[in-house]
Design a protein around this ligand. Structure first.
Ligand code: ADP
Length: 258
């Protein structure tokens, strides 16, 4: 039960009565659980056919390439990209169900932080004409952590920076060494976020809507997942932004060297 109560006072300020409401949140919690269960089952079921679709499309693409049929190879290449988008959406949904049920797992290993960043940049650069510039590489150590999950955070920030700056031709990324912490910032010259909406962007399924000349695809999960990952790593994630000028998303995580 959710109990809300408010005192009624006499002129001397003494409490004479309590007003209150008693809300049964059990039903609400049950619905929430059913929603999470459904999301988990649905995304799991979607994953299997999409995985084989990807395998077939890849085989066909290389078959066409080998036979010199570049027109069809190009079509299959486009299909592959769309299947990748679908795969990413499904894996975001799966991650959310894992987070909500406390099943998000971390596999730690020692890795080269800069090499990881360069890999992500190369990956995102392949799908964008925008110039992704790595300016400072202040941090030069190996760290211990879940490389894939950290990759995921950087990828989310970079793809957002590219997506939400349709008229800019560059995105900047830099790292800073803060001793026990490493900080990564991704700066864009895009649409920006208004001050009152800034903190909401890290919420589950939150998307800024409004009358904009552009519409951007997405489920509103990337930043939520990123912030949960960063939190689990013992770090922080935040954004500085000026509407119409651009945003800088940063996260900082503790450095464990072994
Ligand atoms: P999605 O991009 O799928 O909507 P995210 O969780 O990644 O979901 O982002 C949530 C919302 O935050 C977006 O819908 C967008 O309105 C806003 N946002 C995220 N990154 C940026 C950015 N770099 N510039 C402006 N707005 C952004």
């Amino acid at each position: 039960y959710l109990v809300r109560a408010m005192p009624l006072r006499d002129t001397n300020g003494n409490i004479v009565k309590w007003y209150g409401t008693n809300t049964d949140v059990h039903h609400q919690k049950e619905l929430e659980k059913q929603k999470d269960n459904f999301l988990g089952i649905a995304s799991h079921e979607l994953k299997t056919p999409v995985t084989s679709l990807k395998a077939y499309a890849q085989v066909l693409e290389s078959m066409f390439k080998r036979s010199g049929d570049f027109k069809n190879a190009d079509l299959l290449g486009k299909m592959n990209k769309q299947v990748d988008r679908l795969t990413n959406l499904i894996s975001d949904l799966l991650d959310v169900t894992k987070i909500n049920s406390g099943r998000l797992q971390f596999n730690n290993s020692k890795f080269d932080f800069n090499e990881m960043l360069e890999e992500v940049i190369e990956d995102v650069q392949r799908t964008s004409f925008k110039h992704i510039i790595l300016t400072e590489l202040d941090f030069k150590k190996d760290i211990v952590g879940d490389r894939d999950r950290i990759c995921q955070v950087v990828t989310n920030l970079l793809t957002n920076a590219v997506k939400y700056s349709p008229d800019a031709n560059e995105v900047v990324i830099y790292t800073q060494d803060h001793g026990n912490f490493v900080q990564v910032c991704v700066q864009d010259y895009g649409i920006g976020i208004s001050p009152e909406l800034k903190d909401h962007v890290f919420e589950q399924f939150y998307r800024v809507s409004g009358n904009r000349e552009h519409t951007f695809p997405g489920l509103g999960l990337g930043l939520y997942i990123s912030s949960e990952i960063v939190k689990r790593l013992g770090g922080k994630i935040w954004v500085n932004s000026v509407e119409g000028k651009g945003s800088t998303f940063c996260f900082s995580i503790p450095v464990i060297e072994h």
